[in-house]
Design a protein around this ligand. Sequence first.
Ligand code: NAD
Length: 281
Amino acid sequence: MAKIIDGKKISAEIKEELKQEVAKFKEQGKEAALAVIQVGNDPASSVYVRNKKRACEYIGIGSLSYELPEETSEEELLKLIADLNAKQEVSGILVQLPLPSHMDEDKVIRAIDPAKDVDGFHPQNVGALVIGQKGFVSCTPAGIIELLKRSGVEIAGKHCVVIGRSNIVGKPMALLMLRENATVTVTHSKTQNLKEICKQADILIVAIGKKEFITADYIKEGAAVIDVGIHRDENNKLSGDVKFDEAEPLASAITPVPGGVGPMTIAMLMNNCVETMRRDA
Ligand code: NAD
């Protein structure tokens, strides 16, 4: 029987800690505010944006939201980002992805001041992670490190297999596990013998984006299994990239979906926002 890693509880603990930290900074006259830009009205993005606003309110930092129509030009968006970069009272800037197809996402991300890039997507922040320097780290992988640490899963010296090499999850995840002294294997859609490689993992982190792809035969007995995937069926029921019922009896610890990795992303976004206050301490 695996220990169920409770992401909801851990994320609530982190937000509570941040709330207290923010209150102390405020006593010193420090403020922070997150500006969130959404282009178009994708329903899933609207939910995320609303949750981010709520989290800002909860921990006690400001939030500004910019809801731009779908037909906004790239130039207009870049102009707004430049204005927010220049505003001292705005400490964090987040552009909700995906953007409409007429916009170049890379160009938009690069326009954000790296010192305000709380999503950790700017090439300067990604580069800092690669060479072990300070910078904002992508929220979902940073949240997974917190989940592991706060659940007592040992990382140093363990073999971690990451499935997926996306810029927002797989790659930064592998780099963070390396920073924590794990031995890291990164696998992807062209990997051969995926099952055999996964079976060697002490920590298996799954970010494939394929519903219940990982079955019992990918998992070594006693492994910690972290499921990043989120899939919503026609009845609004959520599931992950891992077949939970098969993995749970084998694993020593496992994240459920929902209630595992999901809630951590927003907690770590808030942590990055508070980092802008710590930086000026
Ligand atoms: P992505 O589609 O960008 O990347 C998927 C990766 O999986 C690719 O690198 C690909 O090489 C690899 N892959 C695909 N098929 C494979 C196969 N058969 N064998 C091995 N590797 C394979 O996805 P992403 O943005 O990294 O997201 C992955 C999942 O995590 C999605 O379900 C997404 O919804 C979810 N997600 C969750 C959170 C969260 O907060 N919990 C955040 C981001 C993404």
